[in-house]
Design a binder for this molecule. Structure first.
Ligand code: ZN
Length: 162
């Protein structure tokens, strides 16, 4: 069983990483055929949820990944984990609108994974444009917000006094 490093991700609750392809596909509205056809990087299909019955008591949240070996060795791994933690740490209402994505991205940015987070958003734009005009617009807003927040964060960090 793989648990996330709570210090590293600034989160106090126990979070387990679990390989489970079904929620990854279901939440993102894709099938194995679509993943193959569009050559979607499956790290982009990662999500977070409360544990199901079988895992109750062993953790407070599960991060479900499509392919655990691939995810654990992925260059976006920590950015994506931080993003998912951001979703539960700064719960913004319900659902997964663009604002909650931006807030989750910001958690990754402030932990120092801005570059990787921006790369992942660019990959989303490249691979999920078929979801339509509204979705494309939301992705672009998200990318712009991440770039601005990352720039501000870098400036602040650079100006910090010890
Ligand atoms: Zn998200």
């Amino acid at each position: 069983m793989i648990y996330i490093d709570n210090n590293k991700f600034k989160f106090s609750e126990k979070v387990m990483i679990v390989e489970d392809k079904w929620p990854c596909m279901s939440v993102n509205g894709v099938t194995e055929i679509v993943i193959d056809l569009l050559q979607i990087d499956t790290a982009l299909l990662t999500g977070i949820a409360e544990p199901g019955y079988a895992l109750t008591g062993s953790c407070q949240f599960v991060i479900f990944v499509y392919d655990q070996d691939d995810f654990m060795n992925h260059r976006w791994r920590d950015a994506i984990i931080a993003h998912e933690i951001g979703h539960v740490k700064y719960k913004f209402g319900h659902g997964y609108g663009v604002i909650s994505e931006i807030i989750a991205d910001f958690h990754a940015i402030r932990l120092g994974y801005g570059k990787e987070m921006i790369e992942a958003i660019q990959a989303i734009i490249a691979k999920f444009g078929w979801r339509g005009k509204k979705a494309r617009k939301a992705y672009k807003r998200r990318l712009m917000a991440a770039r601005v927040l990352n720039a501000i964060y870098s400036l602040l960090k650079g100006g910090e006094r010890q």
